[in-house]
Write a protein that binds this ligand. Structure first.
Ligand code: SF4
Length: 228
């Protein structure tokens, strides 16, 4: 596996925000979002991607299992075929694994290769227009989510807000409320007024169950800092 970094921190967003976790960041991504804050984990950028080639067993050994929580991220972790085996090994060691995925990698195919599905949940992005990647979203991913999964929106413009509203309506139409995945929404750090997004959530009954979030790691540490 091409591993950019393995480190301990707290989850900066989502269901486990503020909880201690061990992060595993894998190299490479099939998208190029305008606001990407992990360009150092992508190939073909100005800055070369520095990674270490490791076996699944080596990644498993290097990850800190003592928290019982792992966040598998990237880049796009589902592009690595070994991620399924790694998740099973971590699950067998008693860990819950949060897979941060970009909405453009097939989660059904991935889950078909995993034994311990109950130990895994997805935090899956729905990329909005300002990312430049909305046309890469695999809608089939958003139809097979579980109530433990999270759909995440990162809003960078008024157009994004409108598309987010339409997408939440679509999700509300697919899932009964008890089976619906969690929905989280935040803003592109430093480029969009968070209060406007809160107002949009308050003003639309369809968004009443959306959880607003800030990426707390960008307030605790320098937003450019790696390995946190
Ligand atoms: S999906 Fe994530 S890692 Fe890939 S380009 Fe977009 S923000 Fe960067």
């Amino acid at each position: 596996m091409k591993v950019v970094e393995i480190f301990d921190s707290i989850d900066g967003e989502g269901l486990r925000v503020g909880k201690t976790v061990s992060f595993i960041r894998l190299a490479g991504c099939n998208l190029r979002c305008t606001y990407c804050d992990t360009l150092y984990a992508l190939f073909g950028e100005d800055e070369p991607c520095r990674y270490t080639e490791m076996t699944v067993g080596e990644v498993f050994s290097a990850a800190n299992k003592s928290f019982g929580r792992i966040t598998l991220t990237g880049g796009e972790p589902l592009l690595h075929s070994e991620s399924a085996e790694l998740c099973d090994m971590l699950a067998e060691a008693g860990c819950e694994i949060n897979i941060e995925t970009n909405g453009a990698a097939d989660i059904t195919e991935f889950m078909s290769r995993v034994k311990h599905r109950d130990n895994i949940f997805f935090t899956i992005d729905y990329k909005l227009p300002s990312s430049g990647m909305e046309d890469k979203m695999l809608w089939s991913n958003f139809e097979v989510l579980r109530s433990c999964d999270v759909v995440k929106f990162v809003v960078g413009s008024e157009q994004d807000t409108e598309v987010m509203k339409n997408t939440v309506r679509r999700l509300n139409g697919i899932y009964a409320s008890s089976a619906r995945p969690h929905i989280y929404a935040g803003t592109v750090f430093g480029s969009c007024e968070p209060s406007k997004l809160v107002d949009a959530i308050l003003g639309d009954p369809e968004l009443k169950d959306v959880t607003f979030q800030l990426q707390i790691h960008k307030f605790i540490w320098d937003p450019e800092k790696r390995g946190v």
